[in-house]
Structure formats: C-alpha cells, structure tokens
Design a protein around this ligand. Structure first.
Ligand code: CTP
Ligand code: CA
Length: 221
C-alpha cells in the first residue's frame, strides 16, 4: 500500500543498476568471488521501481528475490556484467553501480577440473588479469547517463571516496565503511558530489535506498 500510494518522481526515467558480487571461474568447479550480498543494490532497484522508474538490474550471483516490476539480468563474471551493461547504458537516464566487481580474474579458465598431482607436487599458482572497469567505461560514453558509484572504504572514507569519484569522472559517489556492512540489513551512507557531502545516518537498507532515490530524482528533474 505504501509503495502504491508513493509519489512517482521517476516516472518516464530509465535506470540501470548493477548489484551483488561477481564470480570469476578458475575451473568448472572453482572460482573467486567476494562477500557482497547484493542487498543494497536490490533495495535501490526496489525503491527506484516504487518511484516509477523503468528499472533494469544486472545481478551477479546472489540469493535474493527480484523486486516487483524490475527487469533482471543474471550474470556471473565481471566481463559478463560489462557485456550486459554497456549496450544498455547509452539508453538510460541514470546508472547506479552498486556491484562489488572483482578487480582481477584468473588469467585463464581451465576447461577441466584441476587435479592434485600424484605424489603431492607443488600447489598451482594463479596468474591474474585485470577486469574492465564497468562504471568508468559507462562514464566515458559520449552521452553518459547520470552515473552513481559506490565506494566501500576501510579508512579515510570521504577522502578516498571523493578521489575515486573524480578518477572515474562521475558526478556522485556513495561511500560506506566496509566490509562491516556486507550482508547486514542496515548501513550508513555518505553522499559526495562536487558541491559537498550529505550523510544518510544508519538505517535499514530499504529506507536508505528510498532516500538515495529521492536525491537522484532531484538531480534528474
Ligand atoms: N566498479 C565497476 N567495475 C569494476 C570495478 C568497480 O563498475 N571493475 C564500480 C563499483 O560498482 C563501484 C565503483 O566502481 O560503484 C567503485 O568500486 P571500488 O571497488 O570501490 O573501486 P575501484 O576503482 O575498483 O578501486 P579499489 O577497489 O582499488 O578501491
Ligand atoms: Ca575494486
């Protein structure tokens, strides 16, 4: 009822959101991932749909239900997330990158399961390759959507997050102290743009998502 009665400041707006971790395969049965739960991104997708936006959610491997009215695309690796996002990005009003994208992947994926050598030979060494930066690539499009980045930092929150915002060439970054927030149902956020900072005090992730979406609506109108 609450959602039904809510104002629709994002009616007619298209939003693309990434969420969750990525999974980078080593062989058919193993891979590298991280502890992102996807909860913040899914809450933002829900809040955006409630606000009337047409929402596409590109999700890494998570165990979460798709919010009502949201179009979901499931991916595994960072490269797959990049390939899903880039063709859609130019047609969006806003892009919100909440995904915890792996910075590196194993340089090669083995076709068959790696086996322990007979007689206990040495453990394998993984060579790593750098993944594409999805957010930076979207921000570099000729006519980019309004780009919102997320930054989980373990220290010097505002300073590191603002440096990241400028490095990626995006107007707004949302900072939080990680990794303590991973998997939790609440969070506290710091919004940083060229004008300054605004703190969204600790609350449940859906309430924070609704506040963030309100803030975004102002910027898109
Ligand atoms: N991001 C992305 N693609 C990547 C890496 C990050 O789209 N390959 C996005 C994240 O979704 C997030 C923002 O960039 O919105 C910042 O991610 P973060 O990992 O904090 O920044 P990095 O630039 O990867 O820097 P570092 O991990 O070294 O702090
Ligand atoms: Ca990173």
């Amino acid at each position: 009822v609450e959602a039904f009665l809510a104002p629709k400041p994002l009616r007619g707006k298209k939003l693309l959101i990434t969420a969750g971790p990525t999974f980078e395969p080593i062989d058919p049965v193993r891979g590298i991932t991280n502890r992102s739960s996807g909860k913040m991104g899914f809450a933002i997708a829900r809040a955006a749909a409630e606000a009337g936006a047409e929402v596409t959610l590109v999700a890494g491997p998570v165990h979460l239900a798709t919010p009502r009215g949201v179009q979901r695309i499931d991916v595994q690796s960072a490269q797959q997330m990049f390939d899903a996002v880039l063709p859609l990005a130019a047609h969006q009003h806003a892009f919100i990158a909440t995904a915890a994208v792996a910075d590196w992947r194993p340089a090669q994926t083995h076709e068959h399961k790696l086996k322990k050598a007979e007689g206990g030979a040495t453990a394998p060494t993984l060579a790593m390759a750098e993944n594409p930066d999805i957010l930076a690539a979207v921000a570099r499009l000729p006519q980019p959507p309004y780009c919102v980045g997320f930054a989980a930092e373990s220290e010097k929150l505002a300073e590191h997050a603002d440096a990241k915002r400028r490095r990626k060439g995006i107007p707004l970054i949302v900072a939080n102290l990680g990794p303590a927030t991973f998997g939790r149902d609440d969070n506290a956020l710091l919004l940083i743009d060229a004008q300054g900072r605004r703190e969204l005090p600790r609350s449940d992730k859906l309430s924070l998502a609704r506040e963030l979406i309100q803030e975004l609506s102002k910027r898109l109108s």
